[in-house]
Ligand binder design. Structure first.
Ligand SMILES: Cc1cc2nc3c(=O)[nH]c(=O)nc-3n(C[C@H](O)[C@H](O)[C@H](O)COP(=O)(O)OP(=O)(O)OC[C@H]3O[C@@H](n4cnc5c(N)ncnc54)[C@H](O)[C@@H]3O)c2cc1C
Length: 477
């Protein structure tokens, strides 16, 4: 049997790629990647620089891995709904296989491709550990609270070990007339300069990252994960997003490696279940991409304040931990989870700016920028989402910093103008005695901004706005 194996941007690997393995076992394979001219246009690429770099590097490695197995990755430019049926017909394949995407845009694309194909189009699970719709309440409705979801997930989902890569692939038959393969563009073709501070793309680097974490910080993950200045987390979010590692590879490896560290295992695997919940919510409630999950938040009186928005984006709010997170995002396409929470809370509650602006900004700059997890995170921090923290909880960036970046390592790394501040004042330089500021070379308002807004005032302003808008809903908390 001849099978077209369609790789998309979420399964850029050869190990534990079941559609590829089964197609290889069944006969000839035609491995295909479609370069969508919208996504790979220079203007669009420039707005997603980190994701594009990781994706292109991973794609180059995928092509090399496929070549090592004896075939060739066919790269064709165009819209998937045109290219896939065209290539399928030209190669006279009997079947097209790919991994399922649960995001609305992917589902619509797959519907169109299926409609245009005259051979079967089989979608394999693997984007998440649970298939969409597999975990439901007893009443058959979707979950919106983590605890019950996690318990139902544990009952409903069996996670098998990952499958190996195919031992070999059939050589790619000659390219038929009418098909015009292209080379994988490099960053310069898209008007982008390489960012050396990004994590390395590709399957091999992803595997190394996971192994390094499991050998080291994983054993104390339950506490280390919250320390912003430490490398206490796995840093595999972009790998799972682009599929350079499969979700079940991560799950099974972590499960085995943390056998003797039950607290760490529970905490780490729980985070992977949060990702499952994010996909579950997006699958069942796609409207969350444009509106709050909780209807009572619709029409919330967000402010418009271009100056505050710019200060938040550029890391110039005068709140060191918030600024560190903004600069980390722009510089290395990553933000520590705790810093994401503080920063999102600051934008929405201290500045009273719409979470959707922050969400879009994160999606542009994060290498792991992912519709499902990003939306869940933003709506959680705002208080309008699934199993959100109570809306009236307003993170105090100073207390958060003092507790989870006690020696200021995170702030010193990303806000170097405060590097010489003593630990005691690093999270609130405005409160430091003039002598301390002078010794640290800090001139507030000149070398580093004074706080853009007073914490107590901002908290009161947010609570009044929320109370006014949410009315009786807010009283119920
Ligand atoms: C405002 C905000 C925005 C976020 N945006 C994204 C995003 O665009 N993409 C993204 O992958 N994650 C997002 N997260 C979740 C989380 O911050 C990142 O997954 C995590 O920081 C990635 O680092 P890590 O791989 O070292 O995580 P680890 O702590 O090592 O966790 C392991 C894996 O579990 C998953 N995970 C962990 N926490 C969460 C979570 N809260 N929700 C969903 N999955 C989780 C991720 O796949 C992560 O790689 C966001 C969180 C917030 C608060």
């Amino acid at each position: 049997m001849r099978t077209l194996v369609w790789f998309r941007g979420k399964d850029l690997r050869v190990a534990d790629h079941v559609p590829l393995l089964e197609a290889a076992q069944a006969g000839e394979t035609i491995p295909l990647f479609v370069l969508d001219p919208y996504f790979f246009a220079p203007e669009r690429a420039r707005s997603l620089p980190h994701r594009i770099q990781f994706l292109l590097d991973s794609l180059v490695e995928l092509a090399a891995s496929i070549a090592k197995l004896g075939s060739k990755l066919l790269v064709v430019a165009g819209k998937s709904a045109d290219v896939v049926p065209h290539v399928a017909k030209a190669y006279a394949v009997e079947r097209v296989v790919a991994h399922r995407w649960s995001e609305p845009v992917g589902r619509e694309r797959d519907r169109r491709v299926a409609a245009a194909l005259d051979v079967p189009f089989d979608l394999y699970e693997g984007e998440t550990l649970a298939a969409p719709g597999q975990v439901m309440t007893g009443a058959g409705t979707p979950f919106s609270v983590f605890g019950p979801f996690a318990r139902a997930f544990a009952k409903a989902v069996t996670i098998d070990g990952p499958k190996r890569a195919p031992r070999s692939l059939s050589p790619l038959p000659p390219v038929p007339r009418g098909i015009h393969p292209v080379t994988i563009p490099d960053l310069a073709d898209l008007g982008l300069a390489r960012n050396p501070r990004l994590v390395e793309g590709g399957e091999a680097a992803s595997r190394k990252r996971l192994a390094k974490f499991l050998r080291g910080p994983a054993a104390r993950y339950e506490t280390g994960r919250d320390e912003m200045g430490e490398a206490g987390t796995s840093r595999i979010s972009q790998d799972i997003k682009f599929g350079t590692l499969s979700a079940r590879t991560i799950w099974t490896r972590a499960h085995a490696a943390l056998d003797h560290h039950p607290k760490a295992a529970r905490a780490y695997l729980n985070e992977l279940v949060w990702r499952e919940l994010a996909y579950h919510v997006l699958f069942h409630t796609p409207r969350v991409l444009t509106e709050p999950f909780r209807p009572s938040w619709k029409g919330f009186p967000w402010r418009k304040d271009a100056k505050a928005w710019k200060a938040w984006q550029e890391g110039m709010t005068g709140y060191p931990v918030v600024d560190a997170s903004a600069r980390q995002l722009l510089t290395e396409g990553f933000v520590h989870n705790r810093a994401r929470m503080i920063s999102a809370s600051f934008l929405t509650k201290h500045l009273l700016l719409d979470f959707r602006g922050g969400e879009a900004h994160y999606l542009e700059w994060l290498t792991d920028g992912d519709w499902a997890s990003n939306d869940l995170g933003w709506q959680w921090a705002t208080g309008c989402g699934v199993d959100a923290q109570p809306w009236f909880r307003v993170f105090n960036p100073v207390l958060q910093g003092n507790k989870l970046d006690a020696d200021g390592a995170y702030v010193r790394r990303w806000v170097p103008e405060l590097a010489k501040m003593p630990d005691r004042w690093i999270h609130q330089p405005w409160a430091a005695p003039p002598r301390v500021l002078a010794e640290a070379g800090v001139q507030l308002g000149t070398t580093y901004p004074a706080p853009i807004v007073d914490h107590a005032y901002a908290r009161k302003r947010f609570l009044a706005a929320a109370d006014g808008h949410l009315g009786s809903a807010s009283k119920r908390g």
